[in-house]
Design a protein around this ligand. Sequence first.
Ligand code: NAD
Ligand code: DAU
Length: 353
Amino acid sequence: MILVTGGAGFIGANFVLDWLRGSDEAVLNVDKLTYAGNLRTLESLQSDPRHIFARVDICDAAALDTLFSTHRPRAVVHFAAESHVDRSIHGPADFVQTNVVGTFVLLEAARRYWASLDDSARAAFRFLHVSTDEVFGSLSPADPQFCETTPYAPNSPYSATKAGSDHLVRAYFHTYGLPTLTTNCSNNYGPYQFPEKLIPLMIAHALAGKALPVYGDGRNVRDWLYVSDHCSAIREVLARGEPGQTYNIGGWNEKANIEVVQTICDLLDAARPKAQGSYRDQIAFVKDRPGHDRRYAIDARKLERELGWKPAETFETGLAKTVRWYLENQPWVDEVASGEYRKWVETNYTKRV
Ligand code: NAD
Ligand code: DAU
C-alpha cells in the first residue's frame, strides 16, 4: 500500500480517488482533518477496503510510527500542509508547525521505518513531497518561467514554510539516502477545492450575489493546472522519478486573475443566467494582498522530457468542467462553508472593501 498525508484535502482527495479508480493498491490516508479536510469528499470510498483512513496529525511521531509499522507502506505521498497564502499572513504559526515541523516529524518516522526494511524494500521505497512553485518567488512579465534550478526566494509565510520543508526533504536524501522525490506545482483548480481559493470563491460569491473581490489591479498572473493533471504527474514521478530529483509541474496556462474571474462570469452567464445583467457586474477591486507575488509560471519540460508527462486539460476545458462541478455540487460547498469559514471571510475581506 501507499501512505498519503492530507488525503482529505483538495488535491490529496482527488489523488486518492484517482488512484483507486486506476489501481487496486490500497491507500492509508493520514489526515488531521483541519478546516480544509473533509471526509465528505471521500464518501464514495466509505465501504471500500482499499481505503484506510487515520485521523492523525503529522506532528505526532508516535502515531506515525504505529501507522508505519502496522501498515508497512511501500511509499509516502506527502500532501498535508496549511495551504492558503492569505491565512498564512493572518496566522503564520500553524504553517510553521505543520509545513516545517510536521514534514520533519514525518521524514523522521519514514526514515526509522525505511531503515528497518530489507535491502530490496529499502531500494524500492519512495518519499514523494508535494510542493509548490511559490518557493521560487515572483517573476516579472519578461522573466523566463521557473525551472528546477531557479533559486528559492519565497515571499509569504506559506511559501517560506514550504521552502523549508523542501530543503529538509533534500537534506534527507543527501544525508541519509532516503529515496525522496519533490514536485513543485503551479496553481491547481477543479472539484473539491475549498472555497477560500480564487476560483471556487468567485463561483460561490457570484451565485450568492456577492461582490467578487479581485485583489489590487487584477493583473497578477498564475499558471493554472487542472487537479487531475497534477495527480497524473505525481503518479508518474512516483513510478519513474529518480530519487533526489525535483520536478516542476505546470499547465502552460498563464492567466491574469481578472481574466480568470471574467471567464468564470461568462461561463456562469451561459449556464445560470441572472435575471438582469452579467455576473461581471459583481466584480469589485479590493485592497491588495500584502507582499502579493506578481507572476508565477512553470517550465514543465523536464517532466515531459524525462517521464513523458503532459497535461490532458486546457484551461478552457478544465474551467468549464470546474464551473459545472460547482453548479452540480452546491451541497458540498454549503457544508464546507461552515461557521469557521464564515469567520475567515469576515477576517480576510471586511477591511478590504
Ligand atoms: P488543502 O488545504 O486543501 O488540504 C490540506 C490537507 O492537509 C487537509 O485535508 C488538512 O486536513 C490536512 N492537514 C493539514 N495539517 C495537517 C496535519 N498537521 N496533519 C495531518 N493532516 C493535515 O491543500 P491542497 O490545496 O490540497 O494542497 C495539498 C498540497 O499541495 C500542499 O502541500 C500544498 O502546499 C501543495 N500544493 C497546492 C497547490 C494548490 O494550488 N492548491 C499547488 C501546488 C502545491
Ligand atoms: O502556486 C501554487 C499555489 O497556488 C499553492 O501552493 C497554494 O497552496 C495555493 O493556495 C495557490 O496560491 P495562490 O495564492 O496563488 O492562490 P489563491 O487562490 O489564494 O489566489 C490566486 C490569485 O488570486 C492570487 O494572485 C490572489 C488572487 N485572489 C485570491 C483570492 C482568494 C484575489 O484576487 N481575490 C481573492 O479573493
